[in-house]
Design a binder for this molecule. Structure first.
Ligand SMILES: [Zn+2]
Length: 104
């Protein structure tokens, strides 16, 4: 059975991704010391999501209310993951030479 064909998987929501994107957006508004080309930003998202506790949910209509301890822990994980991810990507970027310039 192919689950993808029988169920609407778009109802699965990755709250961790939403939190990472919110935090990254704020970081990109506040700092300009890292490459913001598509490759580097997608690498940073992927790296961070692999570090952060998964937070999938299926209730699309309800607001996201994890318990406060979990929310605090995941917030911290995201901060650490983004910092580490920025360092790693700066050391070993996957973009083409001069990738940043072509996007600005
Ligand atoms: Zn880049």
């Amino acid at each position: 059975m192919d689950i993808r064909r029988h169920y609407n998987l778009e109802l699965l929501r990755n709250r961790g991704l939403e939190l990472v994107l919110d935090r990254m957006g704020a970081l990109m508004d506040a700092r300009h010391d890292f490459c913001t080309c598509e490759q580097c930003i997608l690498d940073l998202i992927a790296y961070s999501l692999n570090q952060v506790t998964p937070l999938y949910s299926t209730s699309l209509l309800e607001p996201f209310k994890p318990n406060p301890e979990l929310a605090r822990r995941v917030g911290l994980e995201i901060e650490l993951a983004l910092e580490e991810g920025l360092k790693r990507i700066a050391r070993h970027p996957n973009h083409e030479e001069g990738g940043d310039e072509s996007r600005t």
